[in-house]
Design a protein around this ligand. Structure first.
Ligand code: ADP
Length: 464
């Protein structure tokens, strides 16, 4: 199937973005922002920040010293503004990030929930940490971007925000709406750019803290940079990758498990850090269960993000597509591809693919796309499977489908994962009630959307 680019209803505007600084802007390089589903669609252009802008932004940054109630009221107004502007936000999420409409809705909801939740949690008795640097990824370019900023602002910090290089336009619109809602321009500055700008931001000695979501490798670079340049004890909140597993035993309800697997592995084209990567199915049910899973994969509709029937959109860009395709090609050459759908001809699409593995130890890196690996285990091997999952060193999400209550306890007690999901899909956060975050190589904590998150954006209370 080909994507019919001419039918893209969102190509009615070319967006412009650039740094939003409290002082004059240096002229950085300008770059086109492309649409992953439609290479002929230039969504807009972005002017990158320069290292001089980073210095100027630190110079101009001012703590947001308005009374707590006023800050909370403005953050709630920003939430109202995001809700009122759903149309351009959805258009950008679809065009710039390749998000399907259900994903756009969920993402706006999460961004709004973060603003309102952290506004409600702002406390007058805490002191801000200083100038907080927020570095975000492209896979939740509105929700994670807004959530980091909302927490830092609720605690009264000055914020320097750097969106991912793939998604600067949505970030620019979100910050513009926050400024219009009343967040002062010297309390929230936007610095679009790539890793070089992220590196410049995290190597300025005036930094008060960092909220980062992205790869484990980048988190380690930031930690090293803070150790060299920042004051001792400068907080780093890192949310990174995962090699997330699920166990389905022979007592599981198969329809429930298959639905959960399809959502966990293939929604957002598998581009969630929480996404299911490695499924373990108990051997005695594996043939029938795998047949059901393949049937459910066949029902997935790959297509344009702006088509309401689409289940699976494109992956973010050509580099991502190539990396995932290489992984699939290797598996295919080894005869391990069990099932794959036909791939659309235009855009950076990867077809949902099922690959057989011996176990999670065969996954040497996080494949950030719609690729599910499947292994089997025998009765009595549950303990070993848990050990193998824990041995990856990651600890983000884990799923379990079983009707044996004791097993839920046994596995939950032993698995190293920030979020454990039982008899349901394995998907992200619910702000306020299901905070999200991992352990080990997956993150530092505290969990986003949870009650202790804001504390890390505040200066430690002096010993009394
Ligand atoms: P992803 O695999 O999600 O692209 P990255 O860790 O490469 O993960 O990117 C996440 C964010 O970190 C992006 O905004 C990116 O520009 C930024 N980034 C990349 N390299 C660095 C760095 N050395 N220091 C700070 N930020 C960086």
């Amino acid at each position: 199937a080909a994507i019919d680019a001419a039918r893209n209803p969102l190509r009615n505007k070319t967006w412009q973005a650039g740094p939003l600084l409290a002082t004059e802007v240096a002229k950085g390089a300008t770059q086109d922002v492309s649409n992953p589903a439609d290479p002929s669609d230039v969504v807009g252009t972005v002017q990158h920040a320069t290292p001089a802008d980073v210095t100027a932004a630190f110079d101009a940054a001012k703590l947001w010293d308005a009374p707590t109630a006023e800050r909370a009221s403005i953050l709630n107004k920003a939430a109202d503004a995001l809700e009122a502007n759903y149309a351009p936000l959805f258009a950008l999420l679809a065009r710039e990030a390749g998000k399907t409409l259900p994903d756009c809705v969920a993402e706006l909801r999460e961004a709004v929930d973060f603003l309102r939740y952290y506004a409600a949690q702002a406390r007058a008795e805490t002191r801000p940490a200083g100038t907080y640097v927020c570095i975000s990824p492209w896979n939740f370019p509105l929700a994670i971007f807004t959530g980091q900023i909302a927490a830092a602002l609720a605690a009264g910090n000055a914020v320097l925000a750097k969106p991912a290089e793939q998604t600067p336009l949505i970030a620019h619109l979100a910050v513009t709406l926050m400024h219009e809602a009343g967040v002062p321009e010297d309390a929230l500055q936007l610095l679009p750019g790539g890793g070089d700008i992220g590196a410049a931001l995290t190597s300025d000695g005036r930094i008060g803290g960092v909220a980062f979501t992205g790869s484990t490798a980048t988190a380690l670079k930031i930690r090293a940079s803070l150790a060299e340049h920042a004051a001792p004890g400068t907080p780093l909140i890192a949310e990174t990758g995962g090699l997330n597993a699920m166990i389905v035993d022979s007592t599981a309800l198969p329809e429930q498990a298959v639905t959960a697997i399809i959502e966990s592995a293939f929604q957002s084209a598998g581009q969630r850090c929480s996404a299911l990567r490695c499924l373990y199915v108990q051997e005695d049910i594996a043939p029938a269960f795998t047949a059901m899973l393949r049937g459910a994969m066949d029902a997935l509709v790959m297509g344009a993000p702006w088509d309401l029937s689409t289940d699976v959109g494109p992956v973010i860009d050509e580099a991502a597509r190539q990396g995932i395709a290489d992984h699939i090609d290797t598996a295919r050459a080894e005869g391990r591809v069990l099932h794959a759908l036909p791939t659309p001809q235009t855009g950076t699409y990867i077809a949902p693919t099922l690959i057989s593995v011996n176990g999670i130890e065969d996954l040497t890196r996080e494949i950030f796309g719609p690729v599910l690996h499947i292994a089997t285990f025998r009765s009595g091997q549950m303990h070993r499977v848990i050990q193998d999952i824990n041995a990856t060193g990651y600890g983000l999400t884990f799923g379990l489908h079983t009707r044996i209550d004791d097993r839920v306890q046994f596995v939950s007690d032993r698995i190293l994962a920030g979020n454990v999901y039982v008899n349901r899909n394995q998907i992200g956060a619910i702000v306020g009630s299901q905070p999200f975050g991992g352990t080990g190589l997956s993150g530092t904590g505290p969990k986003a959307g949870g009650p202790d998150y804001l504390l890390r954006f505040s200066a430690p209370v002096a010993a009394q």
